[in-house]
Design a protein around this ligand. Sequence first.
Ligand SMILES: [Cu+2]
Length: 599
Amino acid sequence: MSRNQSSSSSRSSLLFISLLIIITCLQSTVHAKVVKHVFIVDYVEGSPDGVYRDKILAINGQFPGPTIEADLGDTLQVDLVNLIQDGQNTSIHWHGIHQKGSPCEDGASQISQCPLRNGFVQRYQFTLHQAGTYWYHSHVNSQYTDGLWGALIVHNRPEVYDYDGEIVITLNDWYHRTARENEHWHLTPAARGVPPYPDSGMINGLGRYPCDLAVLQNRTCDTTLQSRKVFNTHRNQTYRVRVINVSAYTAFNFSIDGHVLETVEVDGIDSARRVPVDYAVLAAAQRYSFLIRTNGSLNRYLIRADLRIESLLLIEGVNINKFPEALMGDVTAVLQYVDDDIPAETEQVEPFSFQEQVPLKNLSSLICLDEMELSPFDGLPAPPYFDKEFILEAGFYEDEHDVRRGQFNMTPFKLPDHKPLLVQLIDGDKLAPSVFALDVGYMDVVQVVINNPFFGPHPFHLHGASFWVLGMGGWYDGNYDPARHNETLSLTGVKRDTVLVQEQSWAVIRFVADNPGVWTFHCHIDWHNLSGMAMTFVVGRDQISRAVRFTEEGRRVCAHHKLEDLIDKGDQPDTSDATNNSSHTTLVLLALISIVLYL
Ligand SMILES: [Cu+2]
């Protein structure tokens, strides 16, 4: 072939590829849609583990909140209506969604927005640039432990791995006391930094509690209200099981009797290969997708979320929960094949008729997921260098009021009490030392060494980016020591947004700071986050003040607070009088009417 022929053929293939790209772009534009939801948040009564609670935060009357489903490239629009009866503020964070180009939509109260005042509406709107398994939750104090959370699934079409159907499973810990009661206790010297002990564990919002012990605490308990979820499937199919741990504290061992779990996704990142395991550990805020094949010989199998009770801190006499022994470690649901005339059912009520299990292999021979085997499907390793390195030590120290607070590098994080951090940065303000802000340049490669020399494991979550985990130590491995650990680091390990650092151990993570904004990095044991185990990365300070504009919606939400009122009041009763409340209600009604008209 002559040179001319070759260049003309490469020109035409270039043209063809360009056309293909344009067509693909057009197709995705044509297919991209706006997924709209209205979330009306208020309290409902309920007994999700059999024990009555009069204040469960629900969305449109539902606990857990509705599962949001959308496709990659769609725009998600959620109108959040705060009708919480006792006047609390609220906000919603979209966990794992980077908000690239939409830093005002991150939902972190007093970081990216003012908390949404009671009686008002806030519209979140952003494009979904990442497919995978995510979730949403309140980001005001520990409010999400009252029930304000749900799953957020972004489909890729086609998906990387083929399957016939999907199951979405949430795991959560549950508290009989309200978030406010637990927060107030946790921030007293008596708590000594110990988190409130959970009362029960749940799968998809259903759990159990021993009613005899509930009665001793003057709580109403009814075993006939205790049920577990049944997932109906068909035989000889492949299902994608998406598992999300939305707990505020607890980690679970997840497994399905008689089924191998082929791990294909971690925190929204597809895995380069299927990693088959018997069970996986999910720390608070972590997610995995597993492919299972419904080819067992029985019709029903137990889905197990075994609470990792050993990682819950228990100090004699130190807890607001006086009945820690009531916590039932075996949380179950049922996987059912509905062929062979087995009727489909959605829940089973206690006493559970089905307790049989497939004989498991010897426990010690079970294969547990090693997350480092889940290198990303896109094949991109971590950059082999870093521009900035930070060494963070997670710890607990008493503050001036003798309250034991979680912190990084002896700096207990405190939210600003006036403008949200993002607004301060847009305005070019100097940030207070108590927000522990670390500056990184736009497109810097950032390495963070996390040491955890104190007690308990911590799942650390980064907003605004996913990170490669270069390495992590086992229990009691000590602080990161380059001489000892450097050669164990890998650039091709897992990429995710929440990493568990074991007790008295370490992890090294690396991320590309490609998303101008202010992004919090915090422990997702929500009680530790509440007391101060958090800090912030300011990515591209110049880019923020030059190019980021606070949205009109963000301004409107802030305007509902008087300036001196901008302090996050999630843990304080609303002081507005009845007249104010009625005008709030009118506003909400007007807003609802306009939403309906708009739809
Ligand atoms: Cu923690």
